[in-house]
Ligand binder design. Structure first.
Ligand code: MN
Length: 448
């Protein structure tokens, strides 16, 4: 089957009207399934770091690690925490139960296949949560139905409806995902989603399970569902994107503009294969581009970097240095022109401040491309104030060192200045060593 452009025909006037309608103020099914008027300018963050993230290579976490991270995710302000896949293992079940019992703030969800034993296990795992959610999924693409599940479309429809109804007997809040939605026949996807909504699903998640969609495809799918499925404007539509083509965040943002109001994502973008849409990137895009995405969310953005660091310290890898928002170089400026600009006014080369996403300070990386301004600024931070002539001498010594050494750390600068102080009386005056010694000992400044 060819999937290319399969949603292109959905850019119709009627679908646009449906999108407008869903953005209106009329009453719709609430977050708990009750009918009330809910704001359409709110994006709900569904974190699946502990489920989709944890099930990927190198990301296993212990019971205690999951619990600790769950508390941090609650502090970050995620709306829904997918704590695991209850039937997958006794360990998963225990971690979900503990999180449901202890962690307050977010809704706590467990994943479940559309099978009785899965749903019963998920229901049991989240029963102590203040606000439990059961997340049921069943594949909808022909390739999954034929080769994986070996059932017909009709059988899948019946199973989806029955299992959502069963989940509904345990929780008001039931999310349903047609797995591999982006490779599902659009007409059948409408029937499938319609059946789940009729059976009581309050959130419909449309996953790009295999990371196949483009932003246009993905937005078109949401518009199609809103235009054609009765009741679709009374549930929350959700995204779940994988980064196989590097499009997970772009697809997520495109779907938001097409009416999605829940985004499934993970810290540092961890997850199956190339990972899930990165929570911190979606959050930063919503914050920086409110002109395009005029929506609220409940996140405390200054917790993004600390949680990213915590996850990196828990699993076997951290964010790549050039990773957006939370990478070590995300706010680093090495080129002299950039450094001069940022020191004069951060907005010259920065679209958001490091502090706004919890990065402690603007971490200039000093290297051979750095200019005098950056060197003087860093030396001042380290407690050294040099005259213009002394700075010239120090700068020459610095560039010699930078030719030999890729990155210059604070300790290198201190050695360099101290060396000249002894031999050439370079240091003019004040030092403020009382502050420095503490910070250097902990290595906080040494990262550059
Ligand atoms: Mn996934």
């Amino acid at each position: 089957m060819l999937y290319r452009g399969c949603f292109c025909e959905t850019e119709s006037v009627s679908s646009k009207m449906a999108v407008e309608a869903v953005r209106g103020d009329r009453p719709r099914a609430g977050f708990n399934g009750e009918r009330h008027s809910m704001p359409q300018d709110r994006i709900y963050f569904f974190d699946t770091t502990l489920r989709d993230g944890e099930q990927s290579p190198g990301c296993s976490m212990t019971h205690q690690e999951k619990l600790t991270l769950a508390h941090s995710l609650a502090g970050l302000g995620v709306d829904i925490l997918e704590a695991g896949f209850a039937i997958a293992s006794d360990g998963d079940f225990a971690a979900i139960s503990a999180i449901a019992q202890e962690v307050r703030g977010p809704k706590v969800a467990s994943l479940a296949r559309a099978r009785r034993e899965d749903i019963e296990r998920a229901a049991k795992a989240v029963e102590k949560a203040a606000r439990p959610r059961i997340h049921v999924f069943l594949a909808s693409s022909d390739i999954h139905l034929e080769y994986k599940l070996k059932i017909t479309r009709d059988e899948a429809l019946e199973q989806a409806a029955k299992m959502v109804a069963l989940a509904k007997t345990y929780a008001d809040d039931v999310e349903f995902s047609p797995e591999d939605a982006t490779r599902t026949d659009p007409e059948f996807l409408c029937q499938f989603v319609g059946a789940a909504i009729s059976a009581g699903a309050t959130t419909i998640n449309l996953p790009d399970t295999v990371g196949y969609a483009t932003p246009e495809d993905y937005a078109g799918m949401f518009r199609n569902i809103l235009a054609k499925v009765p009741g679709a404007d009374h549930v929350i539509l959700s995204t779940h994107c994988h980064d196989d083509l590097g499009l997970a965040v772009a697809n997520t943002l495109a779907a938001i503009r097409a009416g999605a109001r829940q985004v499934e994502c993970t810290i540092n973008g961890i997850g199956e294969r190339a990972g899930n849409a990165a929570l911190e990137e979606i959050a930063a895009a919503l914050k920086v581009r409110t002109d395009v995405y005029p929506y609220e969310c409940g996140l405390n953005l200054e917790k993004l970097y600390p949680v990213s660091q915590q996850l990196a310290g828990t699993i076997s890898f951290g964010a790549a240095p050039n990773k957006a928002v939370v990478g070590a170089n995300a706010f680093a400026h090495e080129a002299g022109i950039h450094q001069h600009g940022v020191l004069s006014n951060p907005l010259t080369y920065e679209i958001m401040t490091p502090l706004s996403v919890g990065v402690p300070a603007n971490r200039m990386v000093l290297g051979k491309h750095s200019g005098r301004t950056a060197l003087r600024s860093r030396l001042q931070e380290l407690g050294y104030r040099l005259s213009v002539e002394d700075l010239d001498v120090a700068y020459r010594a610095f560039t010699e060192l930078a030719d030999r050494k890729k990155a210059i750390y604070d300790q290198d600068l201190i050695n360099l200045v101290a060396h000249h102080q002894r031999h050439e009386d370079l240091i003019s005056r004040e030092r403020a060593p009382q502050l420095r010694s503490d910070r250097l000992r902990t290595g906080q400044l040494n990262a550059g």
